[in-house]
Design a protein around this ligand. Sequence first.
Ligand SMILES: Cc1ncc(COP(=O)(O)O)c(C=O)c1O
Length: 433
Amino acid sequence: MRFVVVSFAFFPHTIRPFFEGIVHTMSELALLGGPKGKTKPFPAWPVFDDRERKAINDVLESRAWWREPGTRTETFEREFAAAHGAKHGIAITNGTHAIEVVMAALGIGMGDEVIVPDSTFVATASAVLFAGAMPVMVDITRDTQCIDPALVEAAITPRTKAIIAVHMGGHPADLDRLGEIARANNLTLVEDCAHAHGSEWRGTRVGNFGIAGTFSFQQSKLMTAGEGGVIITNDDDFELKARSAHDCGRLPGEWFYAHFSYGSNYRLSEWQGAILSAQLTRLDEQTAHRHKNARLLDEMLADVPGITPQALDDRCTRNGHYAYIFHYDKNEFAGASTKRFIEAMTAEGVGNQAAYPPVHALAVFQNGAYRKRLCGDQAKDEHPFLEAEYPETARSAWECYWIPQTNLLGDEADIEEIVTVIKKIQANAGDLV
Ligand SMILES: Cc1ncc(COP(=O)(O)O)c(C=O)c1O
C-alpha cells in the first residue's frame, strides 16, 4: 500500500490537521498506479550484429536463396548437429514440421498411437495427428514439469509406436527412464527439444537419447531465424528417410524429378540457414549465462513463500532455460489469482510467457475435429484419455509463471529486480484482491 502526502494549505487552520498528512489513495503496485519495479529494460531479442548482417548480405549477393544450389543451410545443419554432438542434422521449415518429418520417417500412421505429454505446445500432438496417428496424452511430474515416465508405461497399448518427450522450458525429461521404457517395449523415443537447444542430460546434449531430436527456431526460441527447425539424429538409416521425407521423397544424388517415397517440401531457405549459423555462434555463451542466472534466481527465491521453481534434476548438467518456470501459490499472496499475479508482474516490467493449456482440453480434441485425421476403428473408437484428469498439467497451466529466456539474458541487477518485484507484489498482494 502506498500513502501519498497532499497539501491542504487552502483549508482553514482549525480543520487542516484532520486532512493534512497521510491520505491512503494508491497502491505501490504498478498495476494499480504505483511506480514500476523493473527500472532498466531487459536485453532486446533477437540478438544480432554484423554476423547476421553479413550472412544475409552474402546470401543476397550469391543469388542462391534456396537450398538446392546453396551451401548455407547445409553448412548450418552440419554445424548444429556437431554443436549437439550428433552425427546428422536436417534443417526443416519449423519445429512442428520437424516432428511431422520424424513421424513420416518412422512410418507412423494409421492405427498407431504415440504417447505425448499433456503439457506442451499443440505441435507435439498435432504432428502425430498429421501423420494419421493418435496422440495419447499423459500427465507430467510436478517437479520437472516433463512427461511422467510411470504414466507413459501405463499408457502403452499394442498400438503404441513411439513416445515423444518434451524438455519443458529447457529441462530434460527423465531420459534414463524413458529410454528404458522404450527399449523394454520396443518403442521409439523421440525428443521434442523445441525449448532445449544446448541443454544437457548427464553431460550429453539433448536430442541424442532417442532416434531423433527436433528443434524450433521460431522467434521466441533460444536461437532464431524468425521461423525454422532442425532434426538431429545418429542413425544413418533414419537420416536418409527423414532427409527424403523433407524433400518431396527425393534421395541425395538421384535425379531431381525422381521421388522414391511420400514426402513434402519442408526445406529451409538459405536466408534462414545463414542467419542460424550466426546465431549458433552465441548459443553456448547464452546458454551458460541463462543457466547461471536461473541458479541465482533459485537462490534468491528460496526464501519467498509461495514461489516454487521448477526443480533441477541432478542429471540435468545444463538447462538451456527457454523459460524460468515457477509455481505460484496464491495462498501466500493474499489469495490473488494467478491471472492477477501475471498482470501485476507484467505491469512491473517482468516478462511473461504464457504457460500451455492442457492439450487434451483443446477444442480440436474436445469438439471431435481430430477424428478427421484418423482412419478405420481408431476414428470411431472412444478415447477416454480425452476426458481424464491431468492434475499436474492443470497446475502447470493455471498456476505457473514463465519468465521468458530473454529476461535471463540480463545481468545480475536484472535478476535482483525480478526478485524485488515478486517480493513487492507479495507485500502488497492484498491490493490485488
Ligand atoms: C514444445 C514445442 N514443440 C514444438 C513446437 C513447434 O515449433 P514451431 O513453432 O517452430 O513450429 C514448439 C513451438 O512453440 C514448442 O514449444
